[in-house]
Design a protein around this ligand. Structure first.
Ligand code: UFG
Length: 330
């Protein structure tokens, strides 16, 4: 297939691009490089620099080739920031996506794979969370993802758009074969923060709360390896094209790992006894989030292969020892 990957120079996008290329597809990346990195553009793919807020540029890019499908991963993703700056998230995540969908319709692209998030569920009413779980986002970021799912639902009914909305749980890790060269800048998630502490780039890790109703008192999350996510995109695209029917699917490991367990494993694997101290709870954090990936298994034949703690940490540590994260100004 001929595939346009919007946001394909980013952390998850570059892994998805590699997966599609490895499967023999032709890939063009569209990215504005605000957080995506030029070193994530592979020699065997094409690249168009452009912004999703520029409708004309999107239409031009989509007309440049006869694409069979597009994958959309261009979004801001910091849940905390979205509560301070909802305008920023409205503009990029909502307006930008409406531009993409309208441009797709205008240029005849009917298959869209969209990176959604477990943030659409909000505080879990039960775990493991399946796709039938109520969707009540607790942050504006999650709201934008849910709104886009709804818009795509209407475009499906009204215009014949076919979409796969992939609700990722906690994305982590790097390509185990080391083929992704750009380390995510200014990371805000647990595992890269732990890696920065181990690499001596920050004084230590603050554990956001130790009094949750979990076995060790720290929050439990479902970490899913980014290469597993990438495989999920490929499987979802194949399913979309095969069945000509839109799908909404969780991608998670179905395994709960606590903050404390992640820190302890990282100390063991890196051999570095970096410091970790207990701090207050971070507002909005649910105690536990784990996925049911049953639907992904049944519908896509997908299963996490690299999402064990050891592979998550080893593949990320390899990146931190091979290269150094840089600030946004670099
Ligand atoms: N945490 C710490 N210290 C830190 C950073 C994180 O203790 O310095 C804890 C958090 O409190 C949380 C866990 O580590 O319990 C994971 O936190 P992250 O910030 O890495 O991830 P979140 O679970 O908050 O959210 C992530 C993505 C969201 C997505 C969600 C889906 O950032 O976009 O997973 O499960 F919606």
């Amino acid at each position: 297939m001929n595939i346009l990957i919007i946001g394909g120079a980013g952390y998850i996008g570059s892994h998805v691009a590699r997966e599609m290329l490895d499967a023999g597809h032709k890939v063009t990346v569209f990215d504005n490089f605000s957080s995506g990195q030029r070193e994530n553009i592979f020699a065997d793919e094409a690249c168009i620099e452009g912004d999703i807020l520029d409708y004309a540029a999107l239409v031009r890019a989509m007309r440049a080739n006869k694409y069979d499908a597009l994958v959309h991963l261009a979004a801001f993703k910091a849940a905390g920031e979205s509560m301070q700056k909802p305008e920023k998230y409205s503009l990029n995540n909502l307006n930008g996506t409406v531009n993409i969908l309208n441009a797709a319709l205008e240029t005849g692209i009917r298959n869209v794979v969209f990176s959604s998030s477990a943030a659409v569920y909000g505080n879990p009413e039960y775990c493991p969370i399946d796709e039938a779980h109520p969707t009540r986002p607790e942050n504006y970021y999650g709201f934008t993802k849910l709104e886009i799912e709804r818009i795509m639902g209407w475009y499906d009914r009204l215009k014949g758009l076919r979409f796969a909305a992939l609700r990722y749980f906690n994305a982590a890790g790097y390509d185990p074969r080391g083929r992704i060269k750009g380390l995510e800048r200014n990371p805000a998630n647990l595992l890269p923060i732990i890696m920065e502490a181990a690499a001596g780039l920050r004084p230590g890790v603050t554990i956001f709360g130790g009094d949750y109703p979990t076995p060790d008192g720290t929050c439990v999350r479902d970490y899913v390896h980014v290469s597993d996510l990438a495989a999920g995109h490929l499987a979802a695209l194949n399913c979309l094209v095969r069945q000509n029917k839109s799908i909404t699917i969780n991608l998670g490991s179905e395994t709960g790992v606590s903050v404390h367990e992640m820190i302890e494993s990282a100390r063991k694997i890196t051999g570095i006894p970096f410091s970790a101290s207990l701090g207050p709870r971070r507002p909005g954090d649910p105690a536990k989030l784990t996925s049911s990936a049953r639907l992904a298994k049944d519908l896509l034949g997908w299963q996490a292969r690299y999402s064990d703690v050891e592979t998550l940490i080893t593949s990320t540590w390899k990146m931190y020892t091979a290269s150094r994260p840089r600030g946004n100004a670099d």
